[in-house]
Design a protein around this ligand. Structure first.
Ligand SMILES: [Fe+2]
Length: 414
């Protein structure tokens, strides 16, 4: 994010002495992407950021996958994955279950009621979509209050933790998009120098930065207490993901100030301004973020096509280069009789299969002028495999749904 922010106390000149109130030197850490050749921030710590006193394995859970073979479109029912009686013991970091994944991105889901340990993902950026509930996310850059419809983009190697709000009306449900790369707004939304352009469906005013800085004692924690941090990092096993727990002889929330262009940020899907047209607009107009070999789009409530002869639902399409993963978050899917798709559903439309609206929806959409629905889509350019959670909530029947006359009503997702 080439959008400069500065929080807390930083010295007037970078790479110079910065004294803490007790006269000691603060330790400067540059957190930068692509070595020293892309966006970065400078953080000023009270402790040596490299000072660890223990390192031990963290078993990151089942990240195995199986190929989607023989090839089938899939309907995965995420709301079947967690039982209400169990979520008090589940946290957002260790409790997420792998739905789909490949060598570029992992899509997981969690319903959590417990605070997470401190955590950082050393493999890539994370984009966490809050489907329901509320949480406070505390990071070395500062804190966020996140709720329904928020994306939280957390850069690689950001130490943070998730604390669900027990007073929230609904449990915390989070859809986790873990990249093996960085994530950012699409390049075509950005100026040469990184400003969001006029044609972008959102701009800097819509992005929330952290409140900060955040120090351990502000949270009632002992700054000198030994503290564990769960690290997800690169390995050579089948999933490419390995876990380690580091112990520090202090609490890592010790940053007295930071500045730069690399930091976590939040964006609410309600602030995405849909781009509409007289005839059907293709999915790229719905794009919100991109990573290496995948994109994230959102389909928000919107006025639909207004040409007098328009067909508001999508034309049938073959994703010759991608797998298309639609997560249905909100809206009225009651009318999609026969497909079984509703809130909390994921559809997988794999490359090699032409897909589109359910049987009958193409015709019935004529004359409809508004779609009241909300979906988050991930398109990957390499095939996804199915994780243990995806296998556990596969309805097993979606592939044949177009072969039935479902009497379905219009739906924008296709
Ligand atoms: Fe599609």
């Amino acid at each position: 994010m080439a959008h400069y922010r500065s929080l807390g106390q930083v010295p007037p000149k970078r790479h110079t002495q910065h004294r803490l109130p007790d006269g000691r030197l603060a330790y400067e850490e540059l957190m930068g992407e692509e070595g020293f050749s892309s966006d970065s921030s400078l953080l000023y710590h009270r402790n040596l950021p490299s000072r660890i006193i223990d390192s031990r394995p963290w078993e990151v859970g089942d990240l195995s996958t199986r190929p989607n073979h023989p090839l089938r479109p899939l309907h995965l029912k995420l709301h079947d994955l967690f039982k209400a009686d169990d979520i008090g013991e589940v946290d957002v970091v260790r409790g997420r279950r792998l739905v789909l994944g490949n060598g570029d991105v992992r899509l997981s889901y969690v319903v959590a009621g417990a605070p997470s340990p401190l955590y950082r993902n050393g493999i890539g950026d994370e984009c966490l979509y809050v489907e329901r509930g509320r949480a406070r996310v505390e990071t070395v850059f500062g804190s966020f209050d996140v709720g329904q419809g928020d994306y939280l983009v957390v850069p690689r190697a950001t130490t943070h933790r998730w604390i669900p709000d027990p007073e929230a009306a609904e449990p915390l449900r989070v859809y986790c998009i873990e990249a093996n790369s960085h994530m950012s707004p699409p390049k075509r939304y950005l100026s040469r120098y990184g400003q969001l352009l006029e044609h972008s469906p959102y701009c800097e005013r819509d992005l929330r930065g952290p409140d900060g800085p955040l120090l351990a004692e502000d949270l009632g924690l002992d700054p000198a207490e030994d503290t564990d941090v769960h690290i997800k990092h690169r390995g050579n096993g089948p999933s490419g993901v390995v876990g380690t727990v580091f112990t520090y002889p202090y609490h890592p929330f010790d940053v007295v100030g930071w500045d730069g262009c690399l930091y976590p940020f939040a964006f609410n899907v309600a602030d995405f301004e849909p781009i509409t047209g007289r005839v059907h607009q293709p999915p790229p107009v719905h794009q919100v973020f991109e990573g290496y070999n995948f994109v994230v789009c959102n389909f928000v409530p919107r006025k639909v096509d207004y040409h007098p002869l328009s067909i508001p639902v999508p034309y049938y399409h073959s994703n010759v280069d991608s797998d298309e993963i639609m997560f249905y978050v909100d809206g009225d899917y009651e009318a999609r009789k026969g497909s079984g798709i509703g809130k909390g559903s994921i559809t997988v439309h794999p490359g090699g299969h032409a897909h589109g609206p359910q049987t009958g929806a193409y015709e019935k959409s004529i004359g409809v002028d508004y779609f009241d629905e909300l979906a988050v889509m991930v398109d990957t350019f390499r095939p996804l495999e199915v994780g243990e959670a995806g296998q556990a909530c596969d309805d097993g029947a979606y592939a044949w749904s177009w072969a039935r006359n479902t009497g379905a009503a219009p739906d924008a997702s296709g």
